[in-house]
Write a protein that binds this ligand. Structure first.
Ligand code: ZN
Ligand code: ZN
Length: 189
């Protein structure tokens, strides 16, 4: 599997961003600039200057577009969405070495607005996933009452639920019951 560490990091930012949407938890989890700032700090997003209302609206709009990538059936259509996101971001790939991360590539233009920054980085991470033929790892949680997305990085691509407390727990309970069943199925000697 050709998924680099940088791509994995970008995908975890992507998942975090998509799961802040109001259709996921019933409330907008990026309701104001302060929440967006907390997101930037939590995800250690670099080169972000002070944030504005305009930034917030751009990030919310980007979130909607990126979510469509997870909900689009045909890869051709999903690829078109990714291309449109990246094209609008005005990417300028450059090698950088900051905060002891080692040399890596920033796709966003220096000190780009956060909407363009995230569109470039998250769009490119999605492009790499498509290129690696791993699009099926982009999943929506199968729990009927859950709208979260996740990226299945398990070796056998068997993850069905997100890692929220309820769904993760549901998964553990299901695994426990399965173990119990198979233990009961062993004929006693
Ligand atoms: Zn960096
Ligand atoms: Zn879930």
């Amino acid at each position: 599997m050709l998924i680099t560490h940088d791509t994995e990091c970008a995908l975890s930012i992507l998942v975090d961003l998509l799961n802040t949407a109001p259709e996921v938890c019933g409330t907008e989890r990026l309701p104001d600039v302060a929440a967006l700032n907390a997101f930037v700090v939590r995800q250690e997003i670099s080169e972000i200057d002070s944030l504005t209302e305009e930034d917030l609206h751009q990030v919310q709009a980007l979130r909607t577009r990126l979510r469509e990538v997870f909900g689009t059936e045909a890869t051709e259509d999903a690829a078109e969405l990714v291309n449109a996101v990246v094209a609008a971001a005005g990417t300028t790939p450059r090698l950088v070495n900051h905060d002891h991360h080692g040399w890596h590539i920033h796709y966003f233009a220096p000190h780009a607005a956060i909407g363009d920054h995230l569109a470039a980085e998250l769009g490119m991470a999605l492009a790499f996933i498509f290129m690696a033929g791993e699009r099926e790892r982009l999943r929506r949680c199968e729990a009927p009452d859950c709208a979260r997305v996740f990226v299945d990085l398990s070796r056998n691509r068997s993850r069905r639920y997100c890692d929220s407390r309820t769904c993760g727990n549901r998964l553990h309970v299901a695994a426990y019951r399965a173990r119990q069943r198979s233990a009961e199925a062993v004929p006693s000697a």
